[in-house]
Design a binder for this molecule. Sequence first.
Ligand SMILES: Cc1ncc(C[n+]2csc(CCOP(=O)(O)OP(=O)(O)O)c2C)c(N)n1
Ligand code: SF4
Length: 286
Amino acid sequence: MVDLNDLSTGSYVPDWCPGCGDYIILNALKRAIVKLNLNPKDVVVVSGIGCSSKLPQWINTFGYHGVHGRGLPVGTGVKLANKKLNVVVIGGDGDVYGEGMNHFIHALRKNINITLLVHDNQIYALTKGQASPTTIRGDRTKTTPLGTFDDPINPMALAVAQRASYIARSFAGDLDHLANTIADAIAFKGFAFVNIFQPCVTWNKHNTYDWFKERIYDLQKARYKPNNIERAFKKSLEGYEKIPVGVFFREKRELFEDSHPILKKTSLVKQKIDDVSINALMDELC
Ligand SMILES: Cc1ncc(C[n+]2csc(CCOP(=O)(O)OP(=O)(O)O)c2C)c(N)n1
Ligand code: SF4
């Protein structure tokens, strides 16, 4: 088995700020991969751009550090090309709910068997502290010195409204909860979405570890059952006084790749293409 920490092929150590929640998410992802006994050569971590999106550089699996907001389409392509791979897409709240929002909505409805982990620090961190789609109304940021005038995006409610097959939330201040949630999401057969509260200790002085710890409660410890879409919607609308974490909703649905007539036969990489006439295709298109 390959050592997930073995970065001897490069000289890279994470350059996140000391105390950043991204370290804990990286640690939790490694724990989840070990817990599921996955061979790292069968795991591909795909990201967009942001502090969070640097993560694939520091884990010894296959990885792809792409362009802003486009982790999901790349991850979709990887999965459809080779269905045997475990694809984990990483992005920040700016990456996934801003620039990449359209991909997020369509991924929720398509149900391709990949996992999406969003490092939600409620700020654009890499670009030094501008308001993001999940910045809480009224927060002062570099771009909103008088406070934001917009209500934040509610990614949980969006996922429930689209009836995504696996919807969860966790917190980078609770490594055990996070590692178990990520493992559960990767093991789930279907599109699995986990929004992770990830304190940014440099640019977001409001949503700190302590701020979350005072508010968070565990849905599963509160005996919440994630099998009812109306109940999940109600939970997703709970505000910032008490913040639920855990699995909001899970439901097995037919996978996109199992319903598509070409893809369901076998992965694209395994399909015979010698008899495909490119010339005939070009004639048809031109
Ligand atoms: C197409 C494009 N637009 C904008 C940017 C500038 N940019 C880089 S990272 C970023 C936002 C990062 O915020 P987030 O996705 O929340 O990640 P974080 O840094 O907070 O982890 C932006 C707007 C870019 N690199 N490419
Ligand atoms: S700026 Fe924020 S998100 Fe980026 S590495 Fe530092 S603490 Fe983490």
